[in-house]
Ligand binder design. Sequence first.
Ligand code: SF4
Ligand code: SF4
Length: 86
Amino acid sequence: MVSLRKFPRITIDLEKCTVPFLCKKCIQICPTAVFSVRSIKEERLKEADPRVDGTYVLSVQRRDKCTVCNRCLEVCPVAALKIEVA
Ligand code: SF4
Ligand code: SF4
């Protein structure tokens, strides 16, 4: 049977969430592992510095897993997340 449930829309304000690798609060609190963080400025043989703004970026990997528990919204120190249910 095909599910007709629409997945929530999750948006990340990257102007506010600038050092996600250092923060990781939403990643740690999310019970269904919706978010992931990755380096976007990786240089060969050099580790990216997580303290530098924009070195790492947070993204939504599993929007379909979000249960809209809103825990990530509660822990985010800079109110960078928005979740809308269609
Ligand atoms: S609302 Fe809950 S399930 Fe959805 S991304 Fe946030 S913490 Fe994860
Ligand atoms: S809790 Fe907020 S600031 Fe921290 S990584 Fe998540 S979205 Fe970014």
